[in-house]
Design a protein around this ligand. Structure first.
Ligand SMILES: Cc1cc2nc3c(=O)[nH]c(=O)nc-3n(C[C@H](O)[C@H](O)[C@H](O)COP(=O)(O)OP(=O)(O)OC[C@H]3O[C@@H](n4cnc5c(N)ncnc54)[C@H](O)[C@@H]3O)c2cc1C
Length: 380
């Protein structure tokens, strides 16, 4: 078993790290304070091919293997979680879904646009969060056209997106549609005032009798939930990588502070209580890296990655939250000030408990696997 990166993966990682350190890091504080996505930075990401990171070369993409893509998200998240999540939602929820389920015509129509513009994925509704089967958004069919009406909430990237994937109820069941947000009847609503991830454009989106051609239905009628679940699996793997990046970023901040800060006449880094924090973070980050590597390997072998991605994401959320918490504690009262970056990481980490699904629902899915074959109905 070889755990080392290939030469190509090492080269990619260095390139991503360089971009993150030179371009992303300097904007992270401003992005959070201004509560705006870093638009100019995203243009630079386009030039690097990061908006088509995993898209096959046939459709103009960079065709990164799953582990290289995780390295991209990890390196960006080390510096700015908002930017990492913006890219992860775009690549994992939108591009990967179109690549997997789109017809050749749909790929040719939408993927080049998505190589230069963000996409968003609209499943959640005011009354349908964890339970996306109870959709109120309707798509009524007349001939070769569907008419969509409803409200979607928490749509990451919505305000900047040029492509929306929208889950709506049809007579044939929940169905996924590709929607151009410039279509009459689509309205981007207010941005959620969020605790963290303030640099992600998270908006409510209204659909008021929006006409969508049958040609823009993704997959069959009734296939929407399984498409959404597959998309979520892709996102979970990317979020695990983002969680690792955030945890590493937090440790870097805590380490630098602990070395500099003197109390009782010595650097606080010499105190065992704080050393324990760093040791715990180190172990958890290493365990998380292995969960990610395993899930990425399954994905690269086209094996079922759903459980591995879910476990990596759930462990990642816990790891990132714990690391941000311990490293904020290391900063003492300063960590509670927004002047110190660790405060942003602490707020951003919490989003991992919602994006890609909550840990409560995740545990149900894992319990279902544990009791598979026992004839028990384990339901959320
Ligand atoms: C920052 C952020 C970005 C997001 N981006 C997107 C996006 O781009 N696209 C999108 O479609 N959605 C997005 N979401 C929505 C996200 O997917 C949902 O928040 C998540 O699925 C949970 O739904 P909910 O918030 O409605 O909570 P609910 O489903 O209402 O749950 C509330 C609480 O009850 C718990 N709960 C619910 N049912 C059960 C049960 N059966 N057993 C035990 N506990 C239960 C949940 O775990 C949770 O703790 C985003 C959310 C956030 C916070």
């Amino acid at each position: 078993m070889d755990f080392s990166l290939t030469e190509e993966q090492t080269m990619f990682r260095d390139l991503f790290r360089d971009f993150a350190q030179k371009e992303v890091a300097k904007l992270a504080k401003h992005t959070d304070e201004a509560e705006e996505p870093p638009v100019a930075l995203l243009k630079k990401a386009v030039a690097q091919g990061f908006l088509a990171a995993t898209v096959p070369e046939d459709f103009g993409g960079a065709a990164l293997d799953p582990l290289s893509y995780c390295l991209l998200v990890e390196e960006i998240a080390k510096e700015c979680m908002s930017t990492a999540v913006t890219l992860a939602v775009h690549n994992s929820l939108v591009n990967a879904t179109l690549v997997k389920y789109g017809s050749d015509e749909q790929k040719e129509k939408w993927l080049p646009l998505l190589a230069e513009n963000l996409g968003a994925f609209a499943a959640t509704e005011p009354d349908a969060g964890s339970d996306t089967s109870r959709l109120a958004t309707r798509a009524r069919r007349t001939g070769e056209t569907y008419t969509l009406s409803g409200v979607k909430v928490w749509v990451s990237n919505a305000a900047l997106a040029k492509v929306l994937l929208v889950l709506a109820q049809t007579d044939g069941g929940p169905t996924m549609f590709i929607v151009d947000p410039a279509t009459p009847g689509v309205k981007i609503g207010h941005r959620e005032p969020t605790t963290g991830l303030r640099g992600v454009a998270i908006n409510t989106v209204y659909f008021d009798f929006v006409e969508v051609a049958e040609a823009d239905r993704l997959g069959e009628e009734g296939a929407g939930i399984s498409i959404a679940q597959a998309a979520n699996t892709q996102l979970q793997l990317a979020l695990a990588a983002a969680a690792l990046g955030l945890a590493e970023g937090a440790v870097a901040l805590g380490r630098a502070f602990a070395i500099e800060r003197k109390q009782f006449g010595v650097s606080i880094a010499t105190k065992q209580a704080l050393g324990n924090y760093f040791a715990d973070c180190e172990i958890e980050a290493e365990a998380l890296r292995h969960l990610i590597e395993y899930a990425a390997w399954l994905a690269s072998e086209d094996k079922d990655v759903a459980q591995a991605a879910l476990k990596a994401k759930m462990f990642g959320a816990k790891t990132a939250r714990a690391a941000a918490n311990l490293m904020l504690q290391t900063h003492g009262g300063y960590g509670f000030s927004d002047e110190y970056a660790i405060s942003r990481l602490y707020r951003d980490a919490k989003a991992l408990d919602f994006l890609g699904g909550t840990p409560q629902i995740g545990r149900v899915v894992i319990a279902q696997q544990v009791f598979e074959g026992a004839g028990l109905a384990i339901k959320p």
